[in-house]
Design a protein around this ligand. Structure first.
Ligand code: HEC
Ligand code: HEC
Length: 225
């Protein structure tokens, strides 16, 4: 397995060297609903266009980059995500991941990356944008970038397409060690470290601010204010 992990690592480095994650084309090559392993397996929970389903706790995955989808599905499969007995949504996704072949994962990832992105819901009226922007600029921007699109070289996720309930739950999961806390999960550990001292209110503020980022708020000027 070691060589596999390192081969995968060099593949990511190679992609990283190309800058932005590649924009994948839908292999079906049509405007119609996506097909292949995505339609057969993933659409049942993530929706026919990858928009997610709140009632199943399944996030919007449309437009997530290929590298991120592959990496996370492999983490579910390896038990570095969805391992905690109280993380029921994570366990569901882990159960699915165990049935998938490498080829199905790659194919679904390419389909997902080509789906039009669904932006996080904008913040409600009265939200304290200024405080949130400042916190994001200082605590999150270095890895998730000013536009919340993530960065392949840091393995940091794209955030602006995730629904607020999912963002909140993931931040809580990292904080409580339900995600990112297994030995050797280098990238998850960064989020465990980042969230360990956050209060519920702070988590809510970050989850809500991502919606502002998705709708073009620019945090760059707020840094170190
Ligand atoms: C049985 C329902 C179900 C099916 C089928 C399913 N998923 Fe999921 N998936 C979920 C749930 C629930 C989550 C949220 C897990 C969590 O909270 O950590 C999830 C999370 C994910 C994530 C993590 C997203 C992120 O932003 O980190 C990816 C990637 C993903 N699924 C890909 C897939 C792919 C690819 C398929 C098809 C091959 C698939 N899923 C099929 C239920 C499902
Ligand atoms: C040192 C780099 C770093 C910093 C700083 C950072 N993150 Fe992350 N973040 C990551 C990495 C790497 C991942 C992917 C973790 C994994 O593989 O499970 C991630 C994942 C996430 C996820 C899960 C996304 C998903 O699709 O499931 C959320 C939400 C998130 N970060 C929000 C934040 C917020 C909010 C902040 C600021 C408080 C922040 N991050 C600061 C590196 C960072």
């Amino acid at each position: 397995m070691k060589w596999l992990a390192s081969a995968f690592g060099s593949f990511l480095l190679f992609l990283g060297a190309c800058g932005e994650a590649p924009v994948a084309k839908n292999p079906a090559g049509s405007e119609a609903a996506p097909g292949g392993s995505f339609a057969q397996i993933c659409a049942a929970c993530h929706g026919p266009n990858g928009e997610g389903k709140e009632e199943l706790h399944s996030p919007s995955i449309a437009g997530l980059p290929v590298w991120y989808v592959e990496e996370q599905v492999k983490k579910f499969r390896a038990g570095t995500r969805g391992f905690h007995p109280e993380d029921l949504p994570g366990q569901q996704m882990r159960a699915i991941s165990l049935t998938l072949t490498e080829a199905q994962i790659s194919e679904a990832a390419v389909t997902i990356a080509a789906l039009p992105i669904r932006l996080s819901e904008p913040p409600p009226a009265g939200f304290d944008l200024e405080t949130a922007r400042y916190s994001y600029a200082n605590d999150c921007m270095e890895c998730h970038r000013y536009n919340g699109k993530g960065e392949i070289v840091f393995h940091s996720a794209q955030l602006i397409s995730l629904n607020r309930s999912y963002l909140r739950r993931q931040l809580q999961n990292f904080r409580s060690g339900r995600r990112g806390a297994t030995v050797g999960d280098r990238y998850g550990a960064k989020m465990v470290e980042k969230t360990k001292n956050l209060t519920d209110d702070e988590i809510e503020r970050f989850a809500t601010y991502i919606g502002a980022l998705a709708h073009s708020d620019d945090p760059r000027g707020a840094r170190e204010k």
